[in-house]
Design a protein around this ligand. Structure first.
Ligand code: S3P
Length: 420
């Protein structure tokens, strides 16, 4: 349908997964020893977590793909912590600092300041954290005199909230109990368990203060969410074939790849056995797939591909039939209202698409035209439409780098290496 003159070809590796990188920095800050982290993500969001922890008196150094962190020295910061665009920083750090009785204020950029914080404020208040907030949004100020354990059933299917509460629970000698959705990403519990914190993960998570004093040395697997943009480009651009090595293999993060497989995409995942790491690694081989079937994604599947819905929608425009995305209303609470921006941009390109309150219906196989995209300063929207632009126009103009570097600063360079 398009006279795409480029294809993707080659083998690459990616910088470390963003979610895991945030967590290793935060958990490392709690343990009074030196830790070594290889392949930590260098995206803006992770640098934001790093700077916030440094403001809290944690020593962190990064040279030649090796990050060292000395934990156990947390102190109240002298200035308010700027979480910039990063929801993971704001929500998880609030829990961590509250648990350690580190009084602090947290703020964010204009996007983060509009995102819901009630999901952490309510349970943290129930743990006796004193929180001042701006109508359940940032900026917030926390003060903890004594943290109480919590017996909590999560209302939001959110890994950030689950992790925030787990980290706060580490401040109490008594067990907290958290009932959670099993499809939410499980990196925090995996890392804590691996490092021998006092945690058990069954129907509920039980967790309390733990005496862990030994430093860790870990390598972060490649970012699977960043891989999704390259995978998508390869699937929709004729004659493409790529291999991405050493990517994160974790079933709470495989929703996008599983959905692509259901569409008939030519994609192979080979899991690697690697000991001495809480997470597994895999190699992913992808080939262009001309005939993609439309599918329905809904319910718990959405949780395992929550960040991939924008790029999944782009792939769906290239399917031969209808794709339905349901139960995805929390996408309206991300860095932008992602359902609305995907809808508006695709409509302006000529797509046959319907917006629902909790999803999208995308009728594939319609010729799309180039227009100016409104990315709303949302990194995942910008990358999704850059991939579509490559299919339609055979070009990427690199103009969204300021936005894209929030999660994937290597995006344009890697694409340039792969584009033939
Ligand atoms: C994240 C969890 C998800 C995801 C975000 C990263 C994490 O958010 O959208 O990009 O690292 O825990 P929710 O927990 O709000 O679903």
């Amino acid at each position: 349908m398009y006279n795409t003159t480029k294809k993707l070809s080659g083998t690459i590796e990616l910088k470390g997964d963003k979610s895991i990188s945030h967590r290793l920095l935060m958990i490392g800050s709690l343990i009074s020893d030196k830790h070594n982290i290889k392949n930590l993500s260098q995206c803006e969001d992770v640098l934001t977590t790093m700077r916030c922890l440094q403001e809290c008196n944690i020593h962190i150094d990064h040279t030649n793909n090796l990050t060292t962190i000395i934990g156990g020295t947390l102190k109240s910061p002298k200035i308010s912590l700027n979480c910039k665009n990063s929801g993971t920083t704001a929500r998880m750090l609030t829990g961590l600092l509250a648990g350690q009785k580190i009084n602090s204020s947290l703020r964010g950029d204009s996007s983060l300041s509009k995102r819901p914080m009630k999901r952490i404020i309510k349970p943290l208040e129930a743990m006796s954290v004193n929180i001042k907030h701006a109508n359940n949004m940032l900026p917030i100020t926390i003060r903890t005199d004594d943290i109480k354990p919590i017996n909590y059933k999560m209302l939001t299917k959110s890994a950030q909230v689950k992790s925030s509460l787990m980290l706060a629970s580490l401040g109490s000698n008594k067990y907290s109990s958290i009932a959670y959705n099993k499809n939410t990403r499980d990196h925090t519990e995996k890392i804590l368990k691996y490092l021998k914190f006092d945690i058990s993960v069954k129907e509920k998570i039980k967790i309390r203060r733990s005496n862990v004093e030994k430093g860790f040395s870990l390598t972060v697997p490649g970012d699977i969410s960043n891989a999704s943009f390259i995978i998508a480009a390869c699937i929709i651009i004729p004659h493409s074939k790529i291999i991405i090595k050493n990517v994160l293999y974790n079933k709470t993060r495989l929703g996008f790849i599983n959905a692509l497989k259901k569409m008939g995409a030519n994609i192979k995942v080979v899991k690697k056995e690697r000991n001495q790491n809480p997470e597994k690694f895999c190699d992913v081989t992808v080939k262009h797939t001309p005939q993609l079937r439309g599918i329905t994604v809904s319910g718990d599947e959405i949780i395992t591909m929550i960040d991939e819905i924008p790029i999944f929608s782009i792939v769906a425009t290239q399917a031969t039939s209808q794709t339905i995305i349901k139960n995805a209303s929390d996408l309206r609470n991300k860095e932008s209202d992602r359902l609305s921006l995907v809808y508006k941009n695709l409509v302006s390109m000529g797509a046959n698409i319907i917006e629902q309150s909790d999803g999208l219906t995308i009728n594939g196989n319609k010729k799309l035209y180039n227009t100016t995209i409104k990315h709303g300063n949302d990194h995942r929207i910008a990358m999704s439409f850059e991939v579509l632009n490559l299919l339609i126009n055979s070009k990427m103009d690199k103009s969204y780098n300021e936005v894209i570097k929030i999660s994937f600063p290597e995006f344009y360079d890697l694409m340039e290496d792969l584009i033939q």
